[in-house]
Design a protein around this ligand. Structure first.
Ligand code: 5GP
Length: 132
């Protein structure tokens, strides 16, 4: 069965889409731990990040870098951190976590409330800042 992320990529499930290219896709995490928390995924469905082909892993990292810069520029972060866990959704992904202040807790257990309106604002801001 296709993963939730494959179904999102295929447009079968809704998401706040940040960007996509031929091989990769970025969208807001539905349970963010900080405003602008974004997931970047390869379109090819592979469970474990370190089972990705070298070329795909390198491409995913470059794509994540581009999205992280867009987050930094559009949301005025200190920087953007990354987390890889993958215990919930068996489709390799990188969490991009905007860090707004020193000492900000960065842990996947800590969800923060973000309204639907704010999610829409965030995705517009970030996606506009993504360099082609
Ligand atoms: P992990 O697999 O790395 O533990 O975490 C998976 C992440 O995917 C979680 O942060 C969770 O909030 C997010 N997630 C799970 N289902 C959906 C979904 O349907 N849409 C979106 N946007 N995010 C999801």
């Amino acid at each position: 069965m296709a993963s939730i992320f494959t179904r999102i990529i295929n447009g079968e499930l809704p998401c706040y889409k940040v960007a996509e290219d031929e091989n990769f896709f970025a969208f807001l995490d539905i349970n963010p731990i900080a405003e602008g928390h974004t997931l970047v995924v390869p379109k090819k469905e592979v469970d474990y990040l370190f089972d990705l082909e070298d070329e795909v892993l390198a491409g995913l990292t470059s794509f994540a870098k581009k999205i992280a810069h867009a987050i930094d520029e559009s949301l005025g972060t200190l920087r953007t951190g990354i987390i890889v866990e993958g215990l919930e959704v068996p489709h390799a992904h990188i969490h991009l976590i905007p860090i707004y202040f020193e000492g900000q807790p960065v842990s996947l257990g800590r969800k923060t409330e973000v309204s639907e309106d704010r999610m829409k604002e965030l995705v517009t801001l970030i996606s506009k800042a993504v360099k082609k």
